[in-house]
Design a protein around this ligand. Sequence first.
Ligand code: HEC
Ligand code: HEC
Length: 391
Amino acid sequence: MFKNLSLFLLGSGLLVLASCKEDTDGLAAPKSYPAIAETFGSKLNPTNLPNYESQTKPAYITKDNTGANPIKNEVATLGRVLFYDTKLSVNNQISCASCHKQEFAFGDTAQLSVGFEGAKTLVHSMRLVNARFSQEAKFFWDERAASLEQQTTQPIQDHLEMGYSGKPGYPNLDSLLQKLMAIDYYKELTQLAFGDEQLTELRLQMALAQFVRSLQSFDSKYDAGRSQVAKESEPFPNFTGQENRGKQLFMQIQGNSGTSCSGCHIPPEFDINLNSGNNGIIGVPSNPAAVDVNITRSPTLRDMVNNKGQLNGPLMHTGELKTLRAVIDHYNNIIIDDRNTNLDFHLRAPSGSGQQMNLDETKKQALIAFLKTLTGQAIYTAEKYSNPFPQ
Ligand code: HEC
Ligand code: HEC
């Protein structure tokens, strides 16, 4: 040790500095977070947070709805805890993750999810994977939330989902903020994220939106192939012949009025076209007699199937299509309801009737094989996206 020290002293200033730093390490004691340590143990270390803010993504992924709320590790960590905390519901039983489950790409396999008092949601829960990477910055199936920030506190205030609705007999969002601010681990997490212990609706929105935007998945077979070619349209070297044919069909097949799947679900993000109308699925699960023609958003078509090959839940806002095959059959033969005033015009033949694509079995199977290449791996188990509460 002494020998080393004298070597340092004889050496350059840089070396001396290095040795000083070592000697004072013990003095610069890290700020301690006893409540975080007690609640989360080894699942959340405030002095060594996971990387949410500078995750890498492929160069060809360019769409991004981050806006004025860029991800910071401390804020996204607060968001992660909020996302998994059942205290966000009136009876402490439901968290965001009750309906948005990591093992299903943050969706739900139930056709309709169950809210805090056991009532079902009005529509199928959406997968949240890659929500950040879309041109469309409005959220929900009918795009009624103007931004992800505005979206995130709506389920908390929803009278079916989490219950802080302020309706007669139910508390409002302010009482939730008071409830959370009285909890020691939120005092510490908020301090870490924002520099003081004050929780506001805006901070709740910023934190939840940052965590949701951090849920990214770009390690699919599609990505492995896409990164090896200059253009989307080139055959991917890692694909089977069937997968490459399916890709070509997804990009090129046209219905009677000439739009492909890719015209509305735009690669490489597979996010929804800003100007899409509805796709002919207009049912209202809670009222079979009614229609809703305003369903013009779709989650990304990535990660519809999980890394074990199972569907991450039924498809469409009604959850009425239980297989990828049923989806292809729907588009192959669009049947127009008289009341559908907002069917995307591309899905209507010049004659006025619905699109007929006349796909044969080989083409249908190729399309399905291609859709399955859009499944990632890490998203399903990554610890930084997982529940930080001990179970
Ligand atoms: C009881 C089930 C349930 C709970 C709890 C829940 N959600 Fe949802 N979530 C849904 C359903 C259903 C939809 C689709 C609703 C619609 O379009 O009307 C949805 C949609 C979303 C969307 C829109 C995705 C998109 O691409 O447009 C986001 C983001 C989201 N939820 C985040 C959250 C967050 C954050 C929480 C917790 C604060 C949460 N959800 C709690 C069921 C739930
Ligand atoms: C005119 C625009 C348009 C075209 C063309 C289109 N889609 Fe869609 N797609 C949508 C809309 C809008 C939704 C959401 C509908 C709903 O939930 O009711 C959707 C939903 C889906 C879903 C369900 C997503 C989910 O998470 O539940 C799948 C799968 C899908 N489309 C696949 C395809 C395929 C495959 C093709 C080509 C054969 C295609 N789409 C062509 C607009 C389009």
